[in-house]
Design a protein around this ligand. Sequence first.
Ligand code: ZN
Length: 672
Amino acid sequence: MITIGAAAVVLAGCAQTGNEGKPAIDLANFDNTTAPSEDFYQYACGGWMEANPLTPEYARYGIFDQLDKENQEKLKVLIEELNSKPQEAGSVGAKIQMMYSMGLDSLKRNADGAAPVMDQLAAIKAIADIKDFSSMVGKMHVESSSPLFSFYIGADEKNSTMNLLQFYQGGLSMGDRDYYLLDDENTLKIRNAYRQYIERLFVLAGYSAEEAGDAADAVLAFETEIAKVSVDRATLRDVHKNYNKMSVQDFTSKYGFIDWELFFKETGISKSEELNAGQIAFFEGLTKLMKRTSLEDLKDYLSFKLLNSASGYLSDEFVNANFDFYGRALQGKEELQPRWKSALAVVNRSLAEAFGQMYVEKYFPASSKEKMLEMVDNLQAALGERIEALEWMSEQTKDKAQEKLGTFIVKVGYPDKWKDYTALDIKADSYWANICRANIFAHNEMMKDEGQPVDRTQWGMSPQTVNAYYNPTTNEICFPAAILQPPFFNPDADDAVNYGGIGVVIGHEMTHGFDDQGRNYDKDGNISSWWTKEDEEKFNERAKILVEQYDKIVVLDTLHADGSYTLGENIADQGGLLVAYQAYMNTLKDKEAPADIDGFTHSQRFYLGYANLWAQNLRPQEIMRRTKTDVHSLGKWRVNAALRNIEDFYTAFGIKEGDPMYLAPEERINIW
Ligand SMILES: [Zn+2]
């Protein structure tokens, strides 16, 4: 799944939205002391950034996060409405209500301390041999965390109408292998904080200081070894290298580091004869690593994985320990977010579609969907024209590309059928027990797909998510209800601004079907080489120039952007801008150009609408973290690095040779 990064427009007669009268472009967002030709991002967003400094709870705060925050307030209203009247026992209303109220109830959690997790911890301590260990790994995958590796049921990338069992590298709790393996000052500081965090959780769970210290050493040492056999993040983007289909029997006999039969029994895997072993090198490495690791160390590792997963849902001592590492050390945050927001996030995750259904009923008007579908059509037509006009691509490959473009599945707003939450029980025992039940429910839902055809009506995001995605195996683009609000989509705005906003988002998701990853899948969602060799080479030459452009960017001190890792998103940003602009211009055919608004031409307003989406402030730690773990470029570069390749942008703002925003025509690159 590929997303755009990090909402509802209701017309007269509908319930409150909080969106009324938002300006298309807020002039207060500008920094008029900076010229557009000098630093377009600063010019378009500087005023907003100055007026919205980071508050202690945020590591990054941007227009995107502001929208998300407004959306949280809307969701909170839904909960307050539920709370204002009695809910029938067992109804989704009652489930949401109870999950949320348990999230707020710190008194109970503080009184309970570590108690909610102690039975599970005792079961890990009681592990006597590799058989017990294997069952426990399975059990944890179902209810609490994912030790050693991850697994899921998802489309077979070479037979995309069928689901396939998928095993993927995993087992690390710091996000990226670099945190374990690099020795620069910042990484060492973070690793040291991580070591302290592990120890602190063990102490909170009742270990003596000495036991906790020893266990923390064992866990960090073991995870470091996992990191060493993990594939790096750039290689994870190579769709060919990460597809290794084999029989289940082959896999389990080659990589017999646990008793797979027991693991399958616990997880309910029963219908698969084949699987995809995502990273062969990882499973080979893990097999060797497990042989030389003692059972005691493995038990410490499982204990930590459990405590780490539970820590956010236990007493304040646990929650603070978790925040001190993941919030403070890793992201530079200074303060926990208010409790209601974390409680809301849990409801959003565990009862996603039930909550989403309420959200859509209250906040999402049918008119938004109609307008969106019309824009998607226009964007699709514009991308078709652009493909047709490409100078570097042969007719043969163009035909296939057009076919793929013509078969996009488009999802807007909310799913046609909703998930049924009857089987999910929410009880008053403990918050953590409910989290586990929600995990088990989600696991069982996923296992229903084992051995089954892919259900293309399923959604990969809930309607209340402020985001969008492209899924290559279903060749689908999806725009949840929550992104269809200002500044992405504003019914009161001029078309230029909406095309610069949601139009670019639509074009961005479409372009993912043709970026360095997506282009490997054909119209049916299968990995196949539908490109001629020559066209493939030409694509790669162009992509390489974009990689080099972004590699040169200094994001912080001496730290550079990772052009290879962010390539797909950078291609999509650029493609989105080109396609949306063309679609917008097509709407003006045979019409007079719209009059200037606020002193800006309509072309300028298109680019300003785009730039505004990415206004953001970030902490230095967060810049470092995102450079390792976020496939998207930072806001500043989503604007400046993308636009300096685009001819129409130069024309719109009169950017000339010698200007800091200027890039010589021979250095510019347009792919789509
Ligand atoms: Zn994207």
